[in-house]
Design a protein around this ligand. Structure first.
Ligand SMILES: NC(=O)c1ccc[n+]([C@@H]2O[C@H](COP(=O)([O-])OP(=O)(O)OC[C@H]3O[C@@H](n4cnc5c(N)ncnc54)[C@H](OP(=O)(O)O)[C@@H]3O)[C@@H](O)[C@H]2O)c1
Length: 288
């Protein structure tokens, strides 16, 4: 029989809680956990969310951590802070992340660096920092919010695809490495979700994702939380998106190369020279 979920009455550190999937996860976790440590750069948004959660769940402790995960010192400081205040850390949810849509050679260098540092370096350092206390306790969970692009790929997302392959492959390897320790190492690999993601990633063509494929942030968040409860290695939420993602993940590579190569040739002119506006300044010191 499976042990109780580390979410229940647990201390949960959740990154990227200021919007989208992370904010939805915070709301769904609130009735179950003892303490939530909410992390993002926009601390004002976290404060507003924390106030609403405290009002709805008077026994819940909510910490607000306005931190930038591109800072290599941030991950260890976040884990140390949670341990100091709560004496333990039961669940880490690495949800913070950003994307870029367009031609890699036209991507501004600061945006590229920010994406690599957040999606790859910050996530990896935070995972490493959280594992020691969890291993000492003999229980805990890490949920990595990867992407369908962690399991397959597509043109015009190349650097983002690379970051999510890092997340997905590392998570599978880590799950094997820690098998039998009592820790749950799981990942969520969604297709398109209605959040601020596209606003940050840019949408050079203005093409909309068909509504039947796009998931709500709440449904996506619920799938991630379920993955922890069930110790499910990989969760791909939403039937339509899951069919596409698993087909891409399972298709022979030569076939994908052919199909995506044709798509790349045909669509490249629609992306060329159509970079979105510069990063907005209200997303922290380096923009986002
Ligand atoms: N939406 C999709 O279609 C989709 C699909 C597959 C996977 N995902 C993944 O889902 C995760 C959540 O994205 P979302 O869709 O909910 O997008 P979102 O609404 O833009 O949320 C992204 C969150 O990450 C935080 N964040 C970004 N950079 C950060 C940094 N340097 N330091 C700290 N926090 C940072 C943002 O907070 P601040 O700006 O306040 O710092 C925000 O809370 C990401 O990892 C994304 O790659 C999204």
């Amino acid at each position: 029989m499976r042990s109780p979920s580390p979410i229940d009455d647990g201390v949960v550190l959740l990154t990227g809680a200021s919007s989208g999937i992370g904010a939805a996860m915070a709301a769904q976790l609130a009735p179950r956990v003892r303490a939530l440590v909410l992390v993002a750069r926009r601390a004002d948004r976290l404060e507003a969310l924390a106030a609403a959660l405290r009002a709805a769940h008077p026994r819940l402790v909510v910490d607000v951590e306005g931190a930038d995960l591109t800072d290599p010192a941030a991950p260890a400081a976040l884990v140390e802070g949670a341990l100091r205040r709560h004496g333990r850390l039961d669940v880490l949810i690495n949800n913070a992340g950003m994307g870029d849509i367009g031609l890699l050679h036209e991507c501004p260098e600061d945006k590229l660096l920010q994406m690599l540092q957040t999606n790859v370096v910050g996530l990896t350092l935070l995972t490493r920092a959280a594992l020691n206390p969890m291993l000492a306790a003999g229980r805990g969970a890490v949920l990595q919010v990867s992407s369908g692009f962690g399991l397959t790929w597509a043109p015009f997302f190349s650097a983002y695809v690379g970051t999510k392959h890092h997340v997905s492959a590392m998570t599978e390897a880590l799950r094997a490495e820690l098998a039998g320790t009592g820790l749950r190492i799981v990942q969520l690999c969604p297709g398109p979700v209605a959040t601020e993601f596209e606003q940050v990633a840019g949408n050079p063509t203005g093409q909309r994702v068909p509504a039947f494929i796009e998931l709500s942030a709440a449904d996506c968040a619920a799938a991630g939380i379920r993955a922890i409860d069930r110790d499910q290695a990989v969760a791909v939420p939403g039937l339509a998106a899951a069919l596409g993602i698993w087909a891409g993940a399972g298709a022979p590579r030569w076939l994908l190369r052919l199909a995506y190569g044709l798509a790349g040739r045909a669509l490249r002119p629609r992306f060329a020279g159509k970079r979105a506006l510069p990063l907005s300044a209200d997303h922290g010191p380096t923009g986002r």
